[in-house]
Design a protein around this ligand. Structure first.
Ligand code: TXA
Ligand code: MG
Length: 339
């Protein structure tokens, strides 16, 4: 399949380009587009066939449901059940990097939700995403536009790398703003529960949901979190800043190392022949979160046989950041523990 790649002004998306993308969506084709979190691989959320195409293009396990994107909170009742109180809360938190799990209406096919009676709904704030949803006239189902098990794409180049030849269109709107996926909250449970940590500030969320529960890492209620997501192909471990230099010097005797660290730590580690990928400044965890997935992809191109990534404080933006780092490093850490 020939994939059309079109540059688009992310903030003032050209009407002609949006029209073209919307036509593809309406005809049950696949179009990748930027959102404020990561790039999404969009299809009509009302079409079974389109949903199946998304799973095939991404090589995504069929039991992992897709998030449905809308342009406005007022469109929620047409696809999901939500009382006035819930709608009011969603309205206050949207548009933005937060997704709500609700009970679905029949109009959303089971292929979208992988058989679940619940649907994940998000109203993105990205002008291109919003224009595309409006112009399409249908809700748009969109998982992250990467191959399954690869890190989420934060630039069109990542989408091109993974999906060129497998989808109809890629809208290149430059870098995404956050770089980590949306926070997912289950509003169908008795107590509102965070199923996936993400780009929405958790402290801010607690203001709206004072009894907010955060699901422990071990309890996997979001199907997607069971898989080895967000991981580079290169084995990778995460190490505390204090011992990073020592660990690098030890392991570099056996492995070709590449270090992923903050600028400040990078300046301290001065080992000959060690490659470094700078994630950003320690003082700005948002910047580090923004660059993380892109740096994972750089690691795979570095020729190293082991990545060592610096750990950061699990507070504020550091919560979702460390969640993604730990996930990426999980498999390798298990191998190391086994010896
Ligand atoms: O920021 C984001 O959320 C991006 C952009 C494109 O919106 N999307 C994204 O989609 O990250 P995806 O498919 O890569 O991750 C969605 C996660 C998966 O872990 C999936 O299992 C979960 O949301 N999910 C989707 N629908 C669900 C449902 N009905 N019930 C439980 N979990 C659901
Ligand atoms: Mg994903």
């Amino acid at each position: 399949m020939k994939t059309i790649i079109l540059k688009i002004d992310p903030n003032k998306p050209q009407k002609k380009i949006i029209k073209k993308a919307a036509e593809i969506i309406r005809k049950n084709g696949l179009a990748a587009f930027p959102t404020e979190t990561v790039y999404g691989l969009g299809c009509s959320a009302l079409s079974r066939t389109a949903a199946l195409k998304v799973f095939a293009a991404k090589n995504r396990p069929p039991d992992n449901p897709l998030i449905v994107h809308l342009a406005d909170v007022k469109d929620i009742p047409s696809i999901a059940y939500a009382d006035q109180k819930k709608l009011e809360l969603i309205k206050q938190l949207s548009p933005g990097p937060v997704t709500f799990l609700l009970r679905k209406r029949k109009i959303i096919p089971d292929e979208i939700t992988a058989g679940s009676p619940k649907v994940a709904v998000r109203i993105p704030s990205h002008p291109t995403a919003l224009a595309l949803i409006r112009e399409s006239g249908v809700p748009i189902a969109a998982p992250s536009a990467n191959l399954s098990t690869k890190p989420s794409p934060t630039r069109a180049a990542h989408v091109i790398e993974d999906l060129r030849g497998k989808i109809d269109l890629i809208l290149d709107g430059g870098r995404t703003n956050y770089g980590i996926e949306s926070t997912i909250i289950d509003l169908t449970s008795k107590v509102p529960t965070v199923l996936r940590l993400g780009s929405f500030d958790i402290e801010e969320l607690k203001k709206y949901f004072p009894n907010l529960k955060i699901l422990k890492k071990t309890k996997t209620k979001v199907p997607g979190t069971q898989y080895k997501h967000y991981a580079p192909l290169t084995p990778m471990i995460s190490v505390e800043r204090k011992v990073l230099g020592k660990k690098v010097s030890q392991l570099s005797k056996q492995y070709k190392i590449c270090v992923l660290c903050s600028r400040e730590t990078g300046e301290k580690i001065k080992l000959k022949g060690i490659k470094k990928i700078i994630l950003g400044s320690q003082k700005n965890l948002k910047e580090i979160a923004h660059n993380l997935f892109s740096c994972f992809r750089k690691l795979d191109k570095s020729g190293a046989d082991l990545g060592i990534v610096e750990r950061f404080e699990e507070k504020g933006a550091g919560l979702a950041l460390m969640n993604r780092i730990q996930k990426a490093a999980q498999k390798t850490a298990q191998c190391f523990q086994r010896g």
